[in-house]
Design a protein around this ligand. Structure first.
Ligand code: WT7
Length: 655
């Protein structure tokens, strides 16, 4: 998007605006003004109106230990009460809470009353095993009703869950158990994705066998397929046995607003993934507000967020947000291209989905699929139930945005391009669907109350039109509270001294449009890659590579990819001779499998190149900028005069 000309804005459809919860710029501005004139009063008002408190708070924002901020600290509440009981008390007991569809197309529905009973039985069963408030519980499960039940059951008893995406390896499970000091794992025998059965419980066993998991006393296994699943007596229990005979009534554990609701491990630029710690009260508030304002959720909506519960999107917009608002939502076990690339459209048609939220990568792959096989195109399906579309996880290119708008939304549905992060808990910069004129590729303006801006390296605010670092200038209720076991890393990552600890540093570059002030995200400014909307640290992949006995040194960079946004490209120096031809091919496959084993298949480098060395400066620093150019296939026009060993560039250029 050119910063010098005014861009074409797409107005929210009048029909939508008429019924929208926040309808029009005046209403948006009024909220922003309220926050500007009385920041803490604004959040306190919303927290009183949108969350049920067992004990009302009197404190709002506590900055005394900044940047370890506290919100509503003397209030007490329970998230599962807010998601389940309060809806039933409001007369929604027989409303469908979740419609689930399995990979092979089986549909189940649970009402709020049924869901509460399931949560309470599991919560009671967990208590019977001695699991209590503050204990950490790893959840490594298939997408389905039980995954949501497991998370809600933890919230019910004040246990802190840490969900591990089912696509991560045994080693990753082990690392998270170990870092979190978890006492229990809740898992599934096997998950089904794209017609394949993928073992989960066996990976838990393999992870624990790697050592350092002595804290685990209980493994609860939900039976999904009935496949091969060895059980260890005394430690492993079938889910059905855990809930057998348990009451469907369970008094919630009333916790402080600052009690950690969950940890979620995510990649940073250095070291192992970090355990992002979220709060109870502030987090829940933002989940509710964004459901109501960004998604305009109404009682008759059927909401579908396609994210897995292993990601933060699946926490806020599957497990917590929709339920806390008494909504009906779809939960899907499978993948968008199975049995064919019309799966999403068929499900929207079958279940009359009204609000649909997915990732740009999925959109791009479905565009490609419908070009090659027109029978899977959205035009073959009745998508007239849709009224709002959303996207998240990575920048969406304008062409994909237009296709989503026209071919999926029939030019009738606003698109909310929601920028946020694991650390932010919920949407930060996003259009509101009844308010904000849209610009394809821009996440537009901050959510009411969020104070975002763009600064240079010294922390000086930049004029619109100038690219810089995205920061948030004031603490907000759903923000990350800490990194588990690593408060220093929390400070260094998000409140660096460069800005006197004043601003939250998102880790993304951004530029604001000169005319509208709209934000566009220009990508990560650290060594974090975004592959298909999945966040991967380059250092993490490098450590996985060098843990292979044949690898002497490795450097990983991203390169632009039409489908996945970024692709992982690894430059590797082996111990011994540099392989060529068939030997190189064999080694590439071996290293890809090794990374899949260490981290998970999503971290496999797409491109691996071997050199006798890596390009380094005379002081021995790997020249990553150069590697990025090589990865892209650019002719290296950069100044290589500081390069110690220019000859190896030829080897690393690839084919
Ligand atoms: C990173 C956060 C937030 C849930 C999923 C990802 C990128 C996210 C957008 C967007 C451009 C986006 C950023 C961010 N990102 N949403 N709408 N436009 N970029 O959560 O794994 O914590 O990744 O995803 O780079 O920092 P995450």
């Amino acid at each position: 998007m050119s910063q010098n000309e005014s861009v074409q804005m797409i107005q929210p459809p009048a029909e939508f605006v008429r019924k929208a919860t926040i309808s029009g710029m005046a209403a948006y501005q009024a909220l922003c003004d309220e926050a500007a004139s009385d920041y803490t009063g604004y959040w306190a008002r919303l927290a009183r109106e949108h969350v049920n408190w067992k004990q009302p708070f009197t404190q709002i924002l506590d900055e005394s230990k900044a940047p370890f901020f506290k919100w509503f600290a003397d209030g007490k509440l329970n998230v599962s009460y807010n998601c389940l009981d309060r809806n039933i008390e409001a007369g929604l007991g027989d409303k469908v809470a979740i419609i689930s569809e399995t990979d092979d197309g089986q549909v189940r529905r649970v009402t709020y009353r049924e869901l509460l009973a399931k949560v309470n039985q599991l919560a009671n069963g967990m208590r019977a095993r001695g699991i209590k408030k503050g204990d950490r519980v790893i959840i490594y499960m298939a997408m389905g009703i039980e995954g949501v039940v497991a998370m809600q059951a933890c919230a019910r008893i004040g246990a802190i869950h840490s969900v591990v995406f089912g696509g991560f390896s045994a080693q990753s499970v082990r690392d998270r158990i170990n870092d979190a000091g978890a006492v229990a794992v809740i898992t599934t025998d096997e998950q089904c994705r794209g017609g394949k059965k993928l073992p989960l419980k066996p990976a838990v066993d393999d992870g624990i066998a790697l050592g350092g998991c002595e804290s685990i006393k209980t493994v609860i296994v939900n039976k999904r397929t009935g496949g091969h699943c060895p059980m260890l007596a005394g430690r492993d229990l079938w889910w059905d046995d855990v809930i057998a005979g348990q009451s469907d009534v369970c008094e919630p554990e009333w916790v402080d607003a600052e009690h950690p609701l969950f940890l979620l491990y995510t990649s940073g630029s250095t070291g192992k993934p970090k355990g992002v710690q979220h709060s109870t009260g502030g987090y829940l508030l933002h989940a509710v507000l964004t459901m109501k304002w960004t998604f305009d959720l109404k009682p008759d909506d059927i909401f579908w967020c396609t994210a897995d519960i292993g990601w933060v999107t699946g926490h806020t917009y599957v497990t917590y947000g929709p339920l806390a608002c008494g909504g009906t939502q779809m939960v899907f076990e499978g993948v968008p291209v199975y049995p064919d690339a019309g799966r999403f459209w068929k499900m929207i048609q079958d279940h009359k989905i009204t609000i649909f939220y997915t990732a740009p990568t999925a959109i791009r792959s479905l565009i490609k699929a419908s070009d090659t096989n027109p029978a899977t195109a959205p035009s073959n399906y009745d998508l007239s139930s849709l009224r709002l579309l959303g996207t998240v996880g990575e920048p969406i290119n304008p062409a994909a945005w237009m296709w989503y708008y026209e071919s999926v939304g029939g030019s009738r549905c606003p698109i909310v391009d929601t920028f946020w992060q694991t650390e932010t808990g919920g949407h930060m910069i996003t259009p509101l669907p009844g308010v904000t004129p849209m610009v394809p590729g821009s996440c537009t303006l901050p959510f009411p109350g969020i104070q975002a801006t763009v600064v240079d390296e010294t922390g000086t605010e930049l004029d619109w039109g100038k690219g810089g670092l995205l920061v948030v200038t004031k603490p907000w209720p759903s923000m990350i509270r800490n990194i588990w076991n690593d408060a220093d890393r929390f400070k260094r990552s998000y409140y660096p001294d460069d800005f006197n600890g004043k601003y939250y540093l998102a880790g993304d570059g951004s530029v604001r449009d000169v005319h509208s002030g709209y934000f566009t995200i220009t990508g990560r400014i650290d060594d974090v890659l975004n592959v298909s909307g999945h966040r991967m640290g380059t250092m993490e992949i490098e450590s996985a590579l060098v843990s292979h006995p044949m690898v002497a040194e490795a450097a990983v960079v991203g390169r632009p990819d039409d489908l996945t946004g970024e692709a992982i490209c690894a430059f590797v120096v082996l111990k011994g001779a540099r392989p060529v031809g068939e030997a190189a091919k064999k080694m590439i496959k071996e290293l890809q499998d090794h990374v899949a084993k260490e981290i998970g298949p999503i971290a496999k480098p797409k491109d691996i190149r071997f050199g006798e060395n890596l390009p380094k400066t005379r002081s021995g620093k790997i020249m990553r900028r150069l590697l990025r150019s090589l990865a892209k296939g650019d002719t290296v026009a950069q100044d290589v005069s500081t390069l110690e060993n220019p000859a190896i560039l030829e080897q690393l250029r690839g084919n």
